[in-house]
Design a binder for this molecule. Sequence first.
Ligand code: PHE
Length: 453
Amino acid sequence: MTNKRESIHGQWSSRWAFILAATGAAVGLGNIWKFPYIMGQNGGGAFVVLYLACILLVATPIFIAEVMLGRRARRSPVQGMTVLAQEERASPAWKYLGWMGVIAGFLILSYYSVIMGWAMAYVERAMTGSFNGLDGAALQRMFESFKANPMELLFWHSLAMLITMLVVVRGVRAGLQAFTVLLMPALFVILLLLVGYGVSTGYFGAAFSYMFTPDFSKLTAHSVVVALGHSFFTLSIGMGLIMAYGSYMPEKVSIGQTALLVVAADTTVALLAGLAIYPVVFANGLEPSAGPGLVFQTLPIAFGHMPLGVLIGTLFFALLTLAAWTSSISMIEPAIAHVVEKRGWTRVKAGIWLGLGAWLLGIASVLSFNHWNEFKLFGKTFFELLDFATSNIMLPLGGLLIAIFATWIMRRESSFDELGMSERAYTLWRILTRYVAPLGIVVIFLYGLGILA
Ligand code: PHE
């Protein structure tokens, strides 16, 4: 049975277009800003091992499942889940899985745009040579005073949201696709350059063993939950976005191979970012557990001391902004596709309203770094709470439900037909998605319950 549905939002022009767009969505602040600092807060090597295990055993199979569901449904997540549930004679309540994704994407965008604003602000600082000759302590002060200034954060957050929505309203082909082609190779090159700088500090070995010598006694229930959540966040899965992108994917493209390429690119960028940042951390006696400011306090030391540092620093933060941009435009896609399909809104109208909403909510994150930083729930500021609830709860929960739908509810023929894999690859995928991933998520969740208690 081949499926002849078409998406009303258009289609990617080729397999490469999907790969580029999905890589654009996956590679972002999660890899360069978040991964290094959460690794530092969670004890280094053991966290990396756990994160890689989550990527391989849990996130990758679910990535494949999500693309598969999307391409089969050829609809946005909410309508898509409705159609698939009908087709598989399952409960219509599955559409709420789509809804959870719509909401998660919206919530993530609200704070993601704030951090994207940080990257933009640092382009300006890099360009004007503000890092020249500064040491770790001075850069820490620079970051602290930046964070303490809500008006500046608000300005950059607004700009980040504005440029995000400008691309979003242009639509699938013209807007999203054109972006990533040049970005990825450029990002790779700059990261490699920075790793090279790391080697020149003489602390590359220390960084390497910090990242790759696991000491499992450092792991807490919290780290385990964060590693799982990050594997979802960094691949952008569990919220229907990959499903939406999958729905624009041409037939006859191998989903498995395509997914593996995206995962490989994403993981490589994250590891390279770690290998670029940690030598600088150790060479300058900085704290790996510095938190969200880590990349902004460390790499500028390198830029302030290396030849061509102004140029390289500017390029780095510009590329980080671009990487964040190709992710931010994707996050809101499930919500946009939903209102366009369901309410018949134009993309422009949908973009304006949703963008405005996410911008408003983002102001709370802006304030959580200064005026409201004492205001905590479960020991977390508003930004931390939103990040925790979305990455570590909503996305893994969404992923769990996707895995269950794809392998317990959907008939074997349907998924086999849509994936078009060899019998062996299919069996491996099915075992991982049907047993290993759900079990992993449930066990980690149960283990993590201790955090809130
Ligand atoms: N994967 C993106 C990153 O690592 C973040 C993201 C999450 C994008 C969810 C889309 C959806 O930066």
